[in-house]
Ligand binder design. Structure first.
Ligand SMILES: [Zn+2]
Length: 200
């Protein structure tokens, strides 16, 4: 194979590191962008702007630059006494799309996974416990994915939260098992939320 200009080589190798992108797709995207300078510029600017995005200091959802708290935590109409615990910011977006949840969130940024070497200390668990201990939190909804790791993480969290005297609930069954919250349709999410059950 003829050597490509370093700029193309670099873009191709970078794209290949994205989830779901193999060498062929990376090459196709690279040559596509080469022919679309306008799109390439927009994409470059959008990527640059990512650097300004940070995590909310309270719930660890994404927030804009210069805003220590995310839009949800800043909203006085949200019920701060109910915290919904999710794995990733994308789960927040999925639940927000469903449009029925009025409480606030806490994003763990992963799940406990011995296989992948992720322990409780790698997640935003101490921060969650702090919130529950300090605030006027009445209920914590465990909305980790219905997977092996998601369930195990929920059980672990329940064992830490229940002694703190809060109501601990888990989303109802009905979400596709092993499926991600972010792929569930809004109606399924609403049902799971409304039918949530006390963790005993
Ligand atoms: Zn927040």
């Amino acid at each position: 194979m003829t050597a490509l200009p370093p700029a193309l080589q670099r873009l191709m190798e970078t794209l290949e590191r994205l989830p779901g992108i193999g060498p062929k797709s990376a090459a196709r995207l690279t040559f596509f962008l080469l022919k679309q300078p306008e799109l390439a510029r927009t994409l470059a600017e959008a990527l640059q702007a990512l650097e300004a995005v940070t995590l909310c200091q309270r719930c660890f959802h994404i927030t804009e630059a210069g805003q220590p708290l995310c839009a949800i935590c800043r909203d006085p109409n949200r019920d701060a006494s109910t915290i919904c615990v999710v794995e990733e910011p994308l789960d927040v977006l999925a639940l927000e799309r469903a449009g029925v949840y009025q409480g606030v969130y806490h994003v763990l940024h992963g799940v406990i996974s011995p296989v992948e070497g992720v322990g409780p200390e790698d997640l935003r668990i101490p921060e969650l416990l702090d919130r529950v201990t300090q605030g006027e939190v009445k209920e914590v909804i465990l909305a980790t994915n219905p997977s092996l790791e998601g369930d195990a993480t929920a059980s672990y969290l329940a064992s830490l939260l229940k002694p703190l005297g809060v109501r601990v609930t888990r989303l109802a069954q009905g979400l596709p098992s092993g499926g991600d919250l972010e792929y569930a349709d809004p109606l399924t999410l609403v049902r799971a939320l409304v039918g949530r059950q006390e963790v005993t």
